[in-house]
Ligand binder design. Structure first.
Ligand SMILES: CC/C=C\C/C=C\C/C=C\C/C=C/C(=O)SCCNC(=O)CCNC(=O)[C@H](O)C(C)(C)COP(=O)(O)OP(=O)(O)OC[C@H]1O[C@@H](n2cnc3c(N)ncnc32)[C@H](O)[C@@H]1OP(=O)(O)O
Length: 341
């Protein structure tokens, strides 16, 4: 049986939580803890639930770019754990409060001249985010309104379904008119002079297939939306022409979204993500989770078995002089680009 296998693999909130006993439990402490953790604009993530629909939202909220720091990684895991404890919730939308950046990947400042106590903790927290998303009993829908490079792309790939904003001149992302914004997605690590770790590279292989992944990893390709769709890196691309939501969807979204991002109820990506999340939430949880185990348990088992070695390799790799030099150059260029705007 697959379920016991995964329960021994994934600690805390994972596919193992799909047992009928778990679903039957009515844990009121969950509601109390959730209500204190949501809707503070200072939180690194905002989360909220719509129990009628069986859908939750988890929105990354670390300006300016949702780059993944130790603290953001931990906040994602904690929030997912809280949502997981609610038996009425079957789907989660993973989103961003920033309408043009889903996540800029690892916070590169964590990698430059790193503290040797913090660096392994940081890497462990990223591994945990992957394990918790990829091994979750919940169906997770990535609402990718903005850029998703490197570890940002990993977050999306660890979800069950990916919806990306198609961009375009004069389109609306969060309900307001804005100038053209075309997001990109991919594992661009080689552009920074580093390589994606094996488990992340293999995730790309499982998502888009061996040869396309081999090429994309080598070149560090960032795909615009339609190319990402053709490669199978995302499942859907939303443009104004391609999708018109119902009033019911918008109403349900308004009930779901926490205050600071309620205006995202007008975002087409969010609307489509909500519809998809509802679709998953209607499937029998046991059957849905069992099918997820079929495709994910082996790779999760391998990743968890090599976790310590992966951390050791990462830490020694990052501390190499040439890697540090490349990273510093990359960050300087990033800052220069940002200042020149
Ligand atoms: C075998 C190998 C074994 C082990 C593996 C070893 C290593 C591999 C490790 C891990 C794999 C994963 C790696 C990563 O995720 S590395 C991060 C990769 N990310 C990027 O390359 C994205 C960089 N950012 C951008 O390209 C743009 O910011 C973006 C397109 C996302 C948005 O552009 P936009 O024009 O909208 O915003 P900006 O003005 O550029 O940025 C705003 C602001 O945010 C700061 N920023 C952006 N990205 C990051 C980041 N990743 N980390 C920290 N800070 C970031 C940027 O500097 C601006 O700040 P400021 O200058 O203060 O205005």
């Amino acid at each position: 049986m697959a379920a016991p296998l995964l329960s021994s693999l994934c600690c805390r909130h994972s596919l193992r939580h799909c047992s009928p006993r778990r679903f039957a439990r009515n844990d009121l402490s969950f509601f109390r803890s959730l209500s204190t953790s949501i809707s503070s604009e200072k939180s690194l993530v905002l989360s909220h639930v719509n129990e009628d629909a069986g859908v939750a939202i988890l929105a990354m909220n670390r300006p300016p770019a949702n780059s993944l720091s130790l603290e953001l990684n931990e906040a994602i895991c904690t929030s997912l754990k809280e949502i997981d404890t609610n038996p009425k919730i079957q789907s989660v939308i993973l989103a961003s409060t920033n309408p043009t950046i889903f996540s800029a990947g690892l916070d590169v400042t964590e990698l430059i001249s790193p503290d040797d106590q913090r660096l392994p903790k940081f890497w462990n927290s990223l591994q945990q985010v992957y394990i918790d998303l990829y091994g979750s009993r919940l169906a997770i829908i990535a609402a990718i309104q903005g850029h998703a490079p490197a570890a940002g792309c990993m977050l999306a790939m660890a979800c069950d379904y990916r919806i990306m904003y198609g961009g375009g001149e004069g389109s609306t992302v969060d309900g307001r008119k804005r100038k053209s914004h075309i997001p990109t997605i991919g594992l661009n690590e080689t552009q920074l002079g580093i390589a994606a770790p094996p488990w992340m590279g293999q995730l790309l292989v499982r998502t888009i297939g061996f040869r396309p992944a081999e090429r994309a990893l080598a070149l560090g390709t960032l795909f615009p939306p339609m190319e990402a769709l053709i490669e199978g890196l995302v499942d859907d691309v939303i443009t104004e022409e391609s999708f018109s939501p119902s009033a019911d969807t918008i109403h349900a979204l308004e009930k779901l979204l926490p205050d600071p991002i309620r205006n995202q109820a007008l975002s087409l990506v969010m609307q489509k993500a909500f519809q998809e999340a509802e679709l998953y939430a209607k499937i029998s949880p046991q059957a849905r989770v069992a099918s997820k185990l079929v495709t994910r348990s082996e790779s999760l088992k391998d990743m968890i078995a090599s976790r310590e070695a992966d951390t050791e390799y990462f830490c020694s790799f990052i501390c190499q002089d040439t890697v540090q030099k490349n990273l510093k150059k990359y960050v300087e260029a990033l800052k220069k680009k940002s200042k020149s705007k």
